[in-house]
Design a protein around this ligand. Structure first.
Ligand code: ATP
Length: 395
């Protein structure tokens, strides 16, 4: 097997629009995928994930930028010379061949010896539990079964680069879980560079070592799963991962003596009471304050404050102790969502929606007010959608 490192350098792919002009399916995309890695391409429908796979496979050519595999530019290199196997979202099996013949076909075309083909098919059949279907034809299988066969066929080729486009989307939840684990076992130690496309954030978080998260043709963040979760680069990334997603309060950052204070916006004006949250720690560093003093940063400024539902708590009405360093945000309950294992409190602060877990009893009733406890160290700060970092203001 040949090692395969993939590089995108400012790659763009545009498609003509019916009324004239062009839309960018991929815009200025730059990233690297190390040889043998498992990288997950994630993002909402239409963000350009399949386009990235088609560009790697050579089914599309970039309109700008360069794609390199093992340092060599792929411009003009036909698909069959790229060492790539791609499994499409729709399992494209040959309708007039049995499942066994579908599996063997690509290997025969590559002149693999008969005994080796038999050995590989037997091993893959056992691992992906294809046994009962080998003598059937594709039309006699369900969508999920066909997807399993297509996955097996792609894996059997033992390619340098394997591109999987939502390979488990037609499967039921338990089969998806089993196959994910099997796929991870098959990939481990195989040396294959695997690019896996999904729009499912849970699948993206649970698979692979690197996630490239995209939105409307743009790479938003390229990082390890927990890095994306704990240090999102912008509001889109912050809201994409997590169920329920991160709470976002918009508001104003103002100077307060030597420090700062955050004042959430009023969207509606119910009588929950106001909150002034002092000195957000993420923006409290000496360098940030230096930026303020040097005039590089103008206050007041509009910002968004994010915190994950699981990091906040409804203040207990029965226990006297409240951690003294936590912010207390007055909220009004709008609904209780009971999912059995989890109970979520949907609430509002001055009209801004918030979701937090119900951690204690009694549960706040709809219409009731309560204090929300937020540990300041768990807050995330964004300005105009991008993460608020000291670097933006300090040279
Ligand atoms: P999904 O998750 O729904 O499969 P995706 O993230 O894979 O979506 P792409 O299929 O890469 O998205 O499409 C990206 C954008 O490019 C979309 O807006 C799509 O409509 C557009 N697009 C893709 N292929 C073509 C084409 N051949 N002609 C015109 N527009 C196209």
């Amino acid at each position: 097997m040949v090692v395969a490192r993939i590089e995108f350098h400012a790659v763009a792919r545009r498609f003509p629009l019916p009324g004239g002009g062009a839309s960018a399916a991929l815009d200025d995309a730059s990233f690297q995928i190390e040889s043998g890695a498992w990288v997950t391409l994630a993002g909402p429908s239409g963000c350009g994930k399949t386009t990235v796979l088609r560009l790697i496979a050579g089914l599309e050519e970039p309109d700008a930028g360069e794609i390199r595999i093992n340092g060599r530019s792929m411009r003009g290199t036909p698909p069959h010379e790229r060492g790539v196997a791609m499994m499409f979202q729709e399992a494209a099996l040959h309708p007039h061949m049995s499942i066994r013949d579908n599996l063997a076909f690509g290997l025969q075309a590559r002149k693999i010896p008969h005994g080796e083909i038999e050995r590989r098919i037997a091993s893959m059949t056992a691992r992906l539990e294809l046994g009962p279907w080998l003598n059937r034809f594709p039309e006699e299988l369900s969508g999920g079964q066909k997807q399993r066969v297509a996955l097996a066929r792609a894996l059997l080729r033992q390619p340098s680069i394997l591109l999987l486009d939502e390979p488990l989307s037609n499967l039921d939840a338990p089969s998806r879980l089993t196959l994910r684990r099997e796929l991870q076992r098959l990939h481990a130690g195989s040396g294959t560079t695997l690019v896996y496309v999904t729009h499912d954030q849970t699948e993206a978080m649970s698979l692979g070592e690197q996630i490239i998260l995209m939105e409307i043709g743009k790479v938003r963040q390229n990082a390890k799963p927990l890095e994306l979760y704990n240090h999102p680069a912008d509001l889109f990334v912050a809201r994409f991962f997590g169920t329920p997603p991160m709470n976002i309060l918009t508001g104003e950052l103002r100077g307060q003596g030597e420090g700062l204070s955050f004042h959430p916006d009023t969207i509606e004006n119910p009588d929950e009471g106001t909150a002034t949250l002092s000195s957000p720690p993420a923006v409290e560093s000496p360098l940030f304050l230096h930026g303020l003093k040097s005039g590089g940063l103008k206050l007041p400024m509009q910002v968004s404050c994010g915190f994950r539902p699981e990091d906040a708590a409804v203040e207990s009405t029965t226990e006297a102790t409240t951690p003294s360093n936590h912010w207390r945000l007055p909220c009004r309950t709008s609904a209780i969502e009971n999912l059995g294992r989890e109970i979520w409190v949907h609430a509002q602060h001055k009209g801004q929606p918030i979701v937090v877990p119900a951690s204690n009893t009694p549960l706040p009733e709809p219409g009731q007010t309560f204090q929300l406890l937020i540990p300041p160290a768990k807050t995330h700060w964004f300005q105009k959608g991008s993460v608020l970092t000291i670097d933006s203001y300090c040279q």
